[in-house]
Design a protein around this ligand. Structure first.
Ligand SMILES: [Zn+2]
Length: 365
């Protein structure tokens, strides 16, 4: 009897041991930069399986004038569902909207019909100036807030941590800016590695004016850390608040992957942030003719010995040129809609994969 009990205990112990080992070896933090043709939809899946979607692309057929329609025909919501399926995600634990423009928030009503969204994270309603600047912003917000009423709602301020992975999987998401305010002091205790101090700011000038001065500068921006790996997604943050993330003080710390602000438009061309946070990889979530503008691309070209640029699309923006070779460009035309997928380990090593070709490159600091 004792012997049988011991055997059962041994079998259970072995099973637990195997499971734990498989998890530590196989589980990564995965980030899908989904092609929504010049908007944003970035799906983050933690090693414990929690999902955080940052923005949901355009509504319907994908223009600023489009209105949400049939979920079955919603271009961007369907692309998000495809990425979720690839990641084994069946519901969105957290949806964070960076701001209320149609290319970021427009796809929510359709997505919510396809995947349950449990918690909504955002900032205050758009101002009257936002509607004047980009017509339709208020309508996007109204359609979104009707959906939001069905879930939990969090409105964090700059400096707050998102309640992601409360089970302690080692993932930390800090809101570094929101509503045109940046966090008041650097992320506490955050250095690239134990014993290594935060890099000093390397600032030039006073920043670049925002192309759109109302809702973009109010973008809710986050810095994610998983062990030693870090990722910065600032939405379309631009103008003084973008500059203030790293100048005069480095509030962010070294960052492995930077999703270039505002799809790589020219108001993301200030070298200060790139020189201060020193990304190994910069990704432009551009469309063929949106974002990836000439000054930002020229800067990324200039920095190519230290920063590997990946592009969601090749660029046909006026006067601009691709920085990435074609194996680091997810889509060479408008026929494919491939994502860029990052898989990160807690030790800081990570890989980036081109969803169109499967080409993968590994990185380590
Ligand atoms: Zn945008």
């Amino acid at each position: 009897m004792i012997r049988r009990a011991f055997l059962v205990w041994l079998m259970v112990a072995t099973c637990i041991g195997t499971t734990t080992q498989a998890r530590t070896v196989a589980k990564t933090l995965d980030i899908y930069v989904i092609d929504v043709e010049g908007g944003q939809a970035t799906l983050i899946v933690t090693p414990s399986g929690e999902s955080l979607l940052i923005d949901a692309g355009f509504p319907s057929d994908g223009t600023f004038a489009s209105k949400p329609g049939l979920a079955a025909r919603a271009r961007d919501a369907q692309r998000i569902v495809a990425a979720a399926k690839d990641a084994g995600v069946t519901e969105i634990d957290y949806l964070m909207l960076t701001h209320y423009h149609a290319d970021h928030a427009g796809g929510v009503p359709e997505l919510a019909q396809l995947l349950r969204i449990k918690t909504f994270i955002d900032h205050a309603a758009p101002t009257a100036e936002a509607e004047k600047g980009v017509a339709g912003t208020q309508g996007v917000y109204d359609a979104y807030s009707a959906v939001r009423a069905n879930g939990k709602h969090i409105q964090p301020k700059a400096g707050d941590r998102l309640p992601l992975n409360m089970l302690g999987g080692g993932v930390e998401v800090v809101v570094v800016a929101s509503e045109d305010k940046v966090m008041s002091r650097p992320i506490p205790g955050d250095t690239p590695m134990p014993g290594v101090s935060r890099s000093p700011s390397i600032c030039e000038g006073t920043g670049i004016a925002a192309q759109e001065k109302t809702e973009n500068p109010r973008s809710t921006a986050v810095r994610l850390r998983y062990g030693r790996f870090s990722f910065l997604d600032v939405g379309d943050l631009s103008g003084p608040s973008l500059f203030a993330l790293t100048c005069p003080t480095n509030l962010i710390g070294d960052t492995d992957v930077y999703l270039v602000s505002h799809h790589g438009a020219d108001d993301a061309a200030d070298p200060s942030l790139y020189r201060t946070i020193k990304p190994l990889v910069a990704i432009t979530n551009n469309a063929e003719k949106k974002g990836a503008q000439k000054e930002t691309m020229a800067l990324l070209k200039q920095m190519q010995s230290s920063i590997d640029t990946w592009q969601l699309h090749r660029t046909l923006a006026e006067g601009s040129a691709d920085v990435a070779p074609s194996d680091r460009i997810a889509n060479l035309d408008n026929i494919t809609s491939a994502w860029i997928k990052i898989s990160a380990n807690a030790d800081g090593t990570f890989s980036v994969m081109n969803g169109r070709t499967g080409f993968t490159k590994s990185y380590a600091r």
